[in-house]
Design a protein. Sequence first.
Length: 193
Amino acid sequence: MDWRRHDNHITLKTRPMVMLSPFFGVAFAALASATCYEPSFAHPPPEYDRHHPALKDAFTHIHDVLTIALGDPKYNSTSISVEITSSKESLWEFHHTAHERNASRPDIPQVNGDALYRIASITKAFTVLGLLQQHAAGNLSLDDPLEKYISELKAPQNGTIPWKDITLRSLASQLSGIPRERMFLQPFPHTSI
């Protein structure tokens, strides 16, 4: 990376995605080391002023980094939305519409705050977090079989998946052996989808 400082602005000569790696690394480290407290008198939610010069500079920098990265032709078919929020409001957002659109996918002509995205595997992290919180609260055991919570799995089966042996732990660690997109292949016995 070749950063060059010129009178209050920075010029970067590098491949755009190389530049994003340190940004996401720093963001991840900050989030991983952050301590979350339940809002209370002792730990009130922080107040942010989106017009504060430090935040405005940070948002400008993030905008510039994303704009440079998305200028690379290999991202011509990429649309993204990024939003930074406080516990009360949206502080900043960035939207980019792909230059080359996939005509077979329904979408909006210009990406904005109403754009819908398939969130894919991100739901796994939130589901596992919920399981761990319920386990810590004593409401379930990670070694409980899945059929304890989905009674339809106790019914006679024609398939080859041993549901009685699949635990919440194996499911959360993605070691259960359930094929990808299982729900779309065959419904649970005695149910309709």
